[in-house]
Design a protein. Structure first.
Length: 356
């Protein structure tokens, strides 16, 4: 690894760390730290070794988890793009409260080293800011952490949120928070986010995602997003995300192509139906399609740990549904299948219910 990949202003908990210090710091974290600190130490050792690549695991939320190789040079480029977009300067403060086993946590460390940030590690718990008095210029969280930290989010000037869908209720609550919060779009293959979307500070509901520097976007014949970002991925990334292009640099995300329900010849996006339902249902749920003799597929509402009759009453009271959008039946699961980062695994959850 090139020593220039570690900025002279890089520091951990206020202590300046040079490239030559990283080996000692890593072993100290592995030997004496808590489990999350051991994972940080292991990544830092991987970062400074002679290999030009890093092995990263995908989350498995939309398929089988897999292991991929990312070039360290591409990770550096991703960090530089994020630094440029958020105007992060040397000695800016950063918060790491995500596990370093996945790309989001790894990239917080890379950004700190490349941009010369002062990074502070916190246990990647569901409520990481409890008891924390420090403020930060930049941080990243998953929606569950955000929901549990609303009263303290003012401590993070620029917060990026990803890893799982952001509920409608959480979006509404973020409107009143006095920081800059952003929804991110990206994946492990694009080395976290390639686009961001502001969530508060006076922005409207239909603000599109804006791409980061050195990224080009288009759509294929399915209306799915195609990403050309040569600085972070040598191959063009063809996604399964159905989008509406607003401009050469902006897009609206509509839903997953592999989630689309064809009911009576009408193509329905579960994510749109879920947006309607989220204003009425306050427990975990998702919408999917199952085979139907008459319609081909019918819309089904899958709810976690609820009483079916209560959900039926809620459905009867909703008037915003268009043709075929209203769920035809309700399935109840005691507990959804989820990934380590908290994403609901729709297919596995549905299979679990249908097998029962």
């Amino acid at each position: 690894m090139n020593k220039h990949a570690v900025h002279p202003s890089f520091s951990i908990h206020g202590r300046t760390i040079s490239f030559n210090d990283l080996t000692e710091v890593s072993y100290s974290l592995i030997k004496e730290g808590e489990q999350f600190e051991k994972q940080i130490g292991e990544f830092l050792l991987d970062w400074i070794d002679e290999s030009v690549t890093i092995t990263v695991k995908t989350s498995g939320s939309t398929g089988t988890p897999k292991t991929i190789l990312l070039k360290k040079e591409q990770m550096i480029n991703s960090a530089l793009a994020t630094g440029y977009y958020f105007n992060l300067k040397p000695k800016s403060t950063a918060l790491l409260c995500l596990p370093a086993t996945y790309i989001a946590g790894k990239m917080m460390l890379v950004r700190a080293m490349v941009l010369g940030l002062n990074i502070q590690f916190l246990s990647p718990s569901s409520n990481p800011l409890v008891g924390v008095k420090d403020s930060f210029d930049f941080g990243a969280m998953v929606p569950m952490q955000v929901a549990n930290s609303l009263s303290r989010l003012y401590q993070i000037k620029n917060l990026i949120i990803g890893g799982a869908p952001i509920s409608t209720s959480l979006r509404k609550e973020l409107k009143s928070i006095s920081n800059d919060s952003y929804e991110t779009y990206g994946m492990t293959e694009t080395i976290t986010h390639i686009a961001v979307k502001p969530l508060n500070n006076g922005v409207g509901e239909n603000v599109p995602f804006s791409i980061l520097p050195d990224v080009e976007i288009s759509i294929d014949n399915r209306d799915c997003l195609v990403i050309n970002a040569p600085k972070v991925s040598e191959e063009t990334v063809v996604t399964n995300d159905v989008v509406e292009l607003v401009s050469k640099t902006e897009f609206h995300w509509l839903g997953r192509f592999d989630n689309v329900i064809n009911s009576g010849g009408v193509k329905l996006h579960p994510e749109h139906i879920e947006k309607i339902l989220s204003n009425h249902i306050d427990v975990p749920f998702f919408v999917t399609g199952v085979e139907d003799d008459k319609l081909g597929q019918k819309v089904v509402l899958v709810v976690e740990n609820s009483v079916e009759s209560d959900v039926q009453k809620i459905l009867k009271s909703i008037s915003e549904f268009k043709k075929f959008e209203k769920p035809k039946s309700i399935l109840i699961s005691k507990e959804f299948k989820r990934t380590v980062s908290g994403k609901v695994q729709r297919t596995k959850t549905l299979q679990q219910i249908l097998r029962a």
